[in-house]
Design a protein around this ligand. Structure first.
Ligand SMILES: Cc1cc2nc3c(=O)[nH]c(=O)nc-3n(C[C@H](O)[C@H](O)[C@H](O)COP(=O)(O)O)c2cc1C
Length: 314
C-alpha cells in the first residue's frame, strides 16, 4: 500500500500556505530582527505586533510574567508605528513569498480608520488583522465587547480599505454574545477571524511579596497559555458553526501538536502560537509541526482538511 506522507498545508483568506502554524500578534514580532527570524522559521505566515500610527514605548515593566500554566501581560501596545511594519513588509516581498499580515490596533476608531487608510496604500501588503480586542472609548468596553461599536468600526473599515481584512476577537463566554458578534461579522466580507485574544483582566499574585506580579493597571493583565485553551477551543468551534464560510484562526493555549490538532478539530484552518513562542523561542514551530504531523500519521490523515471541524460530540 502506498504510504502518503501527511503535510500541514492550508489556505487562509484564499492564500495557499505551507504550514498551518504561525506566531500570534505581540509575541516576537515587534522588532525587525524578530520578524525576520519569523519569516525564516518553519511557520506558514507571520503577523506583526499590533501597531498604532506612531511609535509607543508601552507600559512600565514588569509588564509580562510567566505563570504556572501560561502568561499574564499588560504591555500597553509597545510598537514601532505602522510605517515601520509596512516598510518591513515591502522588504520581505522582494525576497520571500512568506505571507506577512499587518496587525492594527488603533486606540480609537478614528485611529483605526487612519491606519486602514495608510495600509490601503501599500502595494506589498496582502492581508490585515484588525485587533478588535483593544481599548475603545474610556468608560466603554473594548470594541469586541461592544457590538454596536464593532459594527460601526467594520462599516467604516470596509469603506476606506479595499485590502482583505481579518479580525482578531476577544474571547466570548455567553451564547448570546457569540450570536450577536456572528451577526455583526456576517454583514461584512471578513477575510478571516482569529479566536482568541488573551482573557482580559486577570490578576496574579507573587507569593513571596503578596503583591501583584506585573506593574501596570494595578496588576491586571491579559491571560494567555494553557489556562485559556478551553475558552479558545469553544470560541473557534462556536464561530465555525455560526460562520461556516469564514476561515478561522485558532489561538490560545497551544503548547504542543495535540493542542494544535484540537484547534483544527474545532474548525481552525490556521493556528497562532503566543505564550509558547515567548517561553520557548522560535524552535517551538518545528517541534509542534513534528508533533502534529505524527498525530496525522497515527490517525491515517494526510492533510488537515480531512479532519478540520470534525469534532465528535458525545
Ligand atoms: C506579550 C504579549 C503581547 C501581546 N500583544 C498582542 C497584540 O499586540 N495584538 C494582539 O492581537 N494580541 C496580542 N497578544 C495576544 C496573543 O496574540 C494571543 O491572542 C494570546 O496570548 C493567546 O494565545 P496564547 O495562549 O498562545 O498565548 C499578546 C500576548 C502576549 C503574551
Amino acid at each position: 500500500m502506498l504510504n502518503i506522507l501527511p503535510n500541514l498545508t492550508t489556505t487562509l483568506a484564499g492564500k495557499a500556505l505551507q504550514s498551518c502554524l504561525m506566531n500570534a500578534s505581540g509575541v516576537f514580532c515587534t522588532e525587525k530582527d524578530e520578524l525576520l527570524q519569523l519569516v525564516n522559521a518553519s511557520s506558514g505566515a507571520v503577523v506583526t505586533k499590533s501597531c498604532t500610527l506612531e511609535y509607543r514605548a508601552g507600559n512600565p515593566s514588569p509588564r509580562y510574567a510567566d505563570i504556572p500554566f501560561g502568561s499574564i501581560n499588560s504591555m500597553g501596545l509597545p510598537n514601532n508605528g505602522i510605517q515601520y511594519y509596512l516598510n518591513f513588509i515591502d522588504e520581505v516581498e522582494k525576497q520571500s513569498d512568506k505571507l506577512v499580515i499587518l496587525s492594527i490596533a488603533g486606540l480609537s476608531h478614528q485611529e483605526n480608520i487612519e491606519l486602514l487608510k495608510i495600509a490601503n496604500q501599500s502595494n506589498a501588503l496582502q492581508l490585515i488583522e484588525l485587533n478588535l480586542s483593544c481599548p475603545n472609548i474610556a468608560g466603554k468596553p473594548q470594541t469586541g465587547y461592544d457590538f454596536v461599536a464593532s459594527r460601526d468600526l467594520l462599516q467604516k473599515a470596509f469603506e476606506v480599505c479595499q485590502k482583505p481584512i481579518g479580525v482578531k476577537l476577544p474571547p466570548y463566554f455567553d451564547m448570546v454574545h457569540f450570536d450577536e458578534m456572528a451577526s455583526v461579522l456576517n454583514d461584512f466580507p471578513i477575510a478571516y477571524i482569529c479566536c482568541v485574544n488573551s482573557i482580559g483582566n486577570g490578576l496574579v499574585i507573587d507569593k513571596n511579596t503578596d503583591a501583584t506580579i506585573i506593574k501596570p493597571k494595578n496588576g491586571f493583565g491579559g491571560v494567555g497559555g494553557l489556562y485559556i485553551k478551553p475558552t479558545a477551543l469553544a470560541n473557534v468551534n462556536k464561530f465555525y458553526e455560526l460562520l461556516p464560510h469564514v476561515d478561522i484562526v485558532g489561538c490560545g493555549g497551544v503548547q504542543n501538536g495535540q493542542d494544535a490538532y484540537e484547534h483544527i478539530l474545532c474548525g481552525a484552518s490556521m493556528i497562532q502560537i503566543g505564550t509558547t513562542l515567548w517561553q520557548q523561542g522560535i524552535s517551538c514551530f518545528a517541534r509542534i509541526e513534528n508533533e502534529l504531523l505524527q498525530i496525522l500519521q497515527q490517525k491515517g490523515y494526510t492533510s488537515i482538511k480531512e479532519f478540520k471541524g470534525k469534532l465528535g460530540r458525545i
